[in-house]
Design a protein around this ligand. Sequence first.
Ligand SMILES: [Fe+2]
Length: 359
Amino acid sequence: MPHPILKVVADQGCQSYLVGCPETRRALLVDPKVGRTKTIQDAASKFGLTIERVVDTHTHADHLSAGQTYAAAGLDVVMSRHTTCLRKVLRVGDGDEVRVGSLRLRVLEVPGHTPDSIALEGHGLAFVGDTLFAGSLARTDFRGASAAQLFESVTKRLLTLPDDTVVFAGHDYRDVLFTTIGHERRTNPALKHADAASYARATADVPGAGNAPEVDHMLALNQADDALPELPSAVVAACCAPGPSPANPAMHVTEHTVAELRDSEPARAAAGHWIDVRDPWEFAQWRIPGTRNLPLSELGLHLAEFTRGAEPFVFSCLGGVRSKTAAKTLAFLGVVDRPISLAGGINAWRDAGAPIERS
Ligand SMILES: [Fe+2]
C-alpha cells in the first residue's frame, strides 16, 4: 500500500492530524481543535478525503477539543478506556486497533501527561499526543499528571518502536514539525535520565500547579457532553507556549532571495535538491521549473532521500513560511546540512519575473 496521506493542521502550537488511507480516501482525524474545523474540512476536501473517525489522544486541559462536534455529526470519537469524559466515545486500550480504510493503527497506553493518554502507531508513523516532543517531554503539572509515569511511558512504550518511526506530537513549540524515535533516543535531554525517579526530581513538577482557573474551565468543557461552537483561536487555548527553547545552531536556516537563487536553480533542480513543500494541488497549479514536490506534512516519509553533505537543499513554498519549517525540521533531525529557504516563496519568484511552469 502507498504511504498514508498526511496533513498537519497547526494552530498556536497545537497540532491536529489528518491521516488518510490512499486506497479508500477515508481519513482519521487526530486531536481536532475547536476553531479549526473549517480549515480541517477544507484540507480534507482538497485531498479528496472523507473524515470517518476521530481520536482524542487525551482529555486536553489547555485547549478545546472539537471531538464532540464530530461526534454530533455521527462520527466515532475514540479515546482511552481510562477517560473520565462524559461525552460518548469509543473506548480503546492497549493493543486495540483503530482502523480507517486499509490503515491499521495500534493503540498504546502512555499515561503521564494525563492518566488517559494514548498514542497510535502504524505504517512507520506514531501519533503520540502529549508525551514525547521534539527535544523534550510533555508537561506534567496538571492534576493527575505524573512525571515519573510519563518517563516510563516514553521509555518503555514509545522507545520500543523502530528508530525510523516518524513521531507526530500534540504540540510543536520549536517550529519542528515532526521528529523520529531514533533522533529522540539519541538526543532528547529528558531521556538522558537514568530512571523515572531521576527525571521526576529534575522536573520538580507539582501535579495540579498548572490548573489555573482557565485551564480547569477548558477541562470541564472538554469533559462535558456538549458540542462546542466554533470560536476564534485566541479563546480556545488556555496556555501559551513555554519560553523560547535554547537556540540550536544545527537548526540554522539561511534565507536566500530570488536574485541569489535564480542562477543556481536549473542545476539544483536537476540534482533533485530543490524541494517545493506546498501541498500537491498547489504544486499542480504552478511551480518553479524542475522543482520536486514533497509536501511539508509528508516530509518525514522521505527522510532517506536526503543526503547530508551534498550541495545544500533549497526549500520553497508559497510565501516562505512552510519552507522554513521544512528546513528547520530536517536540520533538527540532522538530515540536511546548511538548508536554504526561498524568501517570499514562489510568490516572490513570480514577482521577480523568474520562470514559472503552469498547468
Ligand atoms: Fe495535553
